[in-house]
Write a protein that binds this ligand. Structure first.
Ligand code: NAD
Ligand code: AKB
Length: 317
């Protein structure tokens, strides 16, 4: 039987777009989507219902499809995780262990596991945050990502596991909805601009955060996975940078398309999370080691988001 790729957490914000891209490259039938939740979009290849915490179910799917590569995307994100810390820890850590163990036992050959800018905390330098620096995260999500990075490196050093990772910034795309993060405002704002010409933002106007357009994030993910193994020098997780902006700056950009767009600010518990994260990221190691380069500026992303979302929302009416 030919080899296949399994995407776990495929119905989420990243999975929806990653599956589509992987299927373009490797063929529909070679990319198995899986999630506890039904897909957000119509599937062009196999979909399996999977709870990643159920090891038997995971092993059965791996065997059934001769899976050799796993992209593990299932997790609770920062805001949702704060509401249920014990479950977030259980899901974010045990999902990773279940997959790392499969690679240790040589059942699978390669893993992609995403980390986040949430690994950093209030004691980290906030501008141009270096690859190696102080990391004292204050959210359960950040703690789980930091621990996950340590475990990835440990499994690589100790058992030779090929597990590759990126510290994604906040991701923005039009094809799928975000799943409970602190950076979700930067997706919601486009939907509300088109629907109501106004947005009430849960972060304050000058809160700068590292962000990235989804197609850049998908490009980076596929690029790091396709890189020759000898090019990968960091086995914890690579810093990755796209664009950094504040709610006020993105609103100014949206106003160029919707001059009457009105933004108001009502910060909630997510403000404290955002205030503990970097404002911009130094990703020179990703550039040096595997040729990473982002394509999207704030202006280019805003143009694409509005154009594509307008079309999608029109089709739904
Ligand atoms: P998401 O919440 O949109 O998607 C996660 C998916 O995992 C959901 O479809 C959910 O149903 C699924 N899931 C939850 N529990 C599961 C289980 N027990 N078994 C199987 N599937 C389960 O998240 P996302 O934005 O697509 O993020 C994917 C990964 O990337 C996560 O690890 C996240 O921490 C990381 N990340 C995302 C961002 C971002 O801005 N989206 C930034 C940094 C890191
Ligand atoms: C979140 O806000 O939780 C995510 C992330 C940056 O990890 N988007």
């Amino acid at each position: 039987m030919s080899k296949s790729i399994l995407v776990i957490g495929s119905s989420g914000q990243i999975g929806t777009e990653l599956v589509e891209e992987l299927r373009k490259i490797y063929g529909n039938s070679h990319v198995i989507a899986s999630d506890i939740k039904k897909p957000q979009v119509e599937q062009t290849g196999p979909f399996e219902e999977l709870d990643i915490l159920n090891k038997e179910q995971l092993h059965a799917i791996i065997k059934k499809h001769n899976v050799k590569e796993v992209y593990l995307l299932a997790a609770l994100l920062s805001a949702t995780a704060e509401k249920n810390p014990a479950f977030a820890w259980d899901l974010n850590m045990n999902s990773l262990f279940n997959v790392l163990e499969l690679a240790k036992e040589k059942v699978i050959d390669k893993i992609f596991w995403p980390s986040s800018i949430a690994v950093f905390g209030p004691t980290t330098p906030r501008q141009n945050t270096p690859q190696f620096t102080v990391m004292e995260p204050t959210t359960v999500y950040g703690i789980s990502k930091q621990a996950g990075e340590r475990w990835c490196e440990y499994y690589h050093n100790k058992y030779g596991v090929d597990v590759r990772s990126i510290r994604y910034p906040g991701l923005i795309g039009y094809k799928s909805l975000p799943g409970g993060g602190t950076t979700d405002y930067a997706v919601d704002i486009f939907h509300q601009a088109i629907k109501t010409n106004s947005y009430e933002c849960f972060l304050s106007e000058n809160t700068a955060l590292p962000m990235m357009y989804m197609s850049d994030a998908i490009k980076a993910t596929i690029q790091i996975m396709q890189s020759p193994k000898e090019n990968i020098k960091i086995w914890s997780s690579y810093n990755l940078s796209g664009i950094s902006f504040t709610p006020k700056e993105i609103a100014v950009e949206i106003k160029k398309h919707y001059p009457n767009f009105n933004i108001t600010y009502k910060p909630d518990f997510r403000q404290q999370i955002a205030d503990s994260w970097p404002q911009s990221i130094d990703d020179s190691r990703a550039k040096e080691d595997w040729n990473w380069k982002a394509n999207y500026t704030l202006e280019k992303m805003t143009n694409e988001m509005l154009k594509n979302l307008e079309q999608l929302l029109k089709q739904k009416i």
